[in-house]
Design a protein around this ligand. Structure first.
Ligand code: PLP
Length: 469
């Protein structure tokens, strides 16, 4: 008899494993079929490992424990909360804006209950879903009319398709943007069925460039906010108020894609002033488009505000049906927009602004409080210190702007980049993954967006340097 065959007899049967108290408890949690499958998989792995190796008996409980660990690992949701200590407040890869508590409650209620989504409660007949937030949007932007679609990319697509299909759209070469995730203005234009007419040069576009391009085929003039970059030096752009005059004179609409929709003066929160939607409307744009989940701080959405006649045409486009938003987001949008009626309490209620408005001194104090927990978690191989850093707004909002912040920096003693990369993965392997960034061989955690410090410390205590997610 070979050593391998002897060892296999020391492995318990599926039934023996299922009788253990660990397996019985696992069946309660995960159901019998899943537990049986996990036990079989665990036994198969053990047989593989034991073949040819030294004989060692395996207890049924050991198998059950391992199977349960597999099931627990598998049961972790793929959509998981993380601690965003990346230093980017609106991180597209981390879901952009975190919603206000009132928005979360409104969305939850809309999920659980039947709601008057397209139902006029006063009249007892069919209504329009956009009506739910139209008034608020008009009030906050000064626009005549408003509508909402899936995101701002969709807003630009449907506006171009409605107003300029089969016709020309005039854009400055300095504004032919690409936003992350393959949103390129020339490609969106072609999909919208409009012909791109580029005017000016990368750094300079004049009024005469627009005037020379306007003709009988012009569908619209498009102004695009260069959200994620700045052209500096010898530059010239035609401001939207000037473009509005040109557009009016030639009876073509001016569309202004603002990107990040700002509804209040950000200077109040210590940031630089970014043109608000109301200002863009007041300059004379016929249509203004902006995002729901950038600086506005709401769920993903694309707002289109402007003239009554043009919004009515956009709403009649069959694309509108394909790009509409669901009840959950409408509920969250309404609750978010309502917060803007009280600007004094906005920063307290809206996480995006609350994070951005935090002063460096307060964040530094948090870093000092948390330093011992970090030191204890990473162990003696690393040097941990409170550090100054600079947060970014993110999602192409205020690209030039950084906000003075503070956090924790961790370096490997001996300065190995590999040790820091490995430590960074073990932070991601935590029950709630912690996301930082690496800069000059240091792992940096910007604490601007950290609020639940107690939860954070409890989570950090589970850190096992060397573990991978
Ligand atoms: C972000 C952005 C978009 C795309 O908006 P989403 O809401 O991400 O779809 C379009 N245009 C500009 C100028 C932007 O900054």
């Amino acid at each position: 008899m070979s050593a391998g065959a002897a060892s296999l007899r020391n492995i318990p049967s599926v039934d023996e494993v299922l009788k253990t108290s660990v397996a019985v408890a696992a069946v309660e949690l995960f159901g019998r079929p899943a537990v049986v499958k996990a036990v079989r998989a665990t036994l198969a792995e053990m047989r593989g490992k034991m073949r040819g190796n030294a004989v060692r008996a395996v207890e049924p409980t050991d198998v059950a424990e391992e199977a349960r660990a597999k099931l627990e690992f598998d049961a972790r949701p793929k959509v998981r909360a993380v601690f965003n200590l990346s230093g980017t407040v609106l991180h597209t890869n981390l879901g952009r804006a975190q919603l206000a508590e009132v928005a979360v409650e409104a969305a939850t209620a809309a999920m659980r209950e039947a709601i008057a989504l397209e139902f006029d409660i006063g009249e007892g007949k069919r209504g329009e879903r956009d009506e739910l937030i139209r008034e608020l949007l008009c009030e906050l932007t000064g626009a005549e009319a408003a509508t909402v679609v899936n995101n701002n990319a969709a807003a630009v697509l449907i506006v171009l398709n409605t107003l300029a299909k089969g016709r020309e759209s005039i854009v400055s070469r300095g504004e032919l943007i690409e936003i992350g995730g393959a949103f390129r203005m020339p490609e969106i234009m072609s999909r919208a069925g409009t012909k791109l007419v580029e005017v000016g040069t990368t750094n300079r576009t004049h009024e005469k460039d627009y005037l020379g391009a306007i003709g009988s085929k012009t569908g619209l003039i498009l102004k695009v906010h260069t959200s994620n970059y700045r052209i500096e030096g010898f530059t010239k752009e035609v401001k939207a108020d000037k473009l509005a005059a040109i557009a009016r004179k030639h009876k073509v609409p001016l569309v202004n894609d603002l990107g990040s929709g700002v509804l209040i003066d950000l200077a109040k929160f210590g940031l630089s002033h970014e043109q608000t939607v109301a200002e863009a409307v007041a300059e004379g744009a016929d249509i203004v488009t902006f995002s729901g989940d950038k600086l506005l701080g709401g769920p993903q959405a694309g707002f289109i505000v402007g003239s009554k006649e043009l919004i009515a045409r956009i709403n009649k486009n069959p694309m509108k049906r394909a790009l509409r938003v669901d009840k959950i987001r409408l509920a969250a949008l309404e609750a978010t927009l309502r917060l803007y009626r009280d600007p004094d309490r906005l920063a307290a209620a809206l996480p995006t602004l609350r994070f951005l408005a935090r002063k460096k001194s307060g964040i530094e104090a948090a870093a000092k409080r948390l330093l011992p927990a970090f030191v204890k978690a990473v162990g003696a191989d690393f040097e941990v210190a409170v550090t100054s850093c600079a947060s970014q707004v993110g999602s192409g909002s205020l690209p030039q702007e950084t906000v003075q912040s503070a956090g924790i920096s961790i370096r490997a003693k001996g300065g190995s980049g590999r040790a820091i990369a490995a430590l960074s993965s073990s932070f991601r392997a935590l029950p709630t993954p912690v996301i930082g960034h690496i800069e000059e061989q240091a792992l940096i955690f910007d604490l601007r967006c950290l609020e639940r410090e107690d939860d954070f410390v409890r989570n950090l205590a589970a850190l096992k340097p060397g573990e991978k997610p």
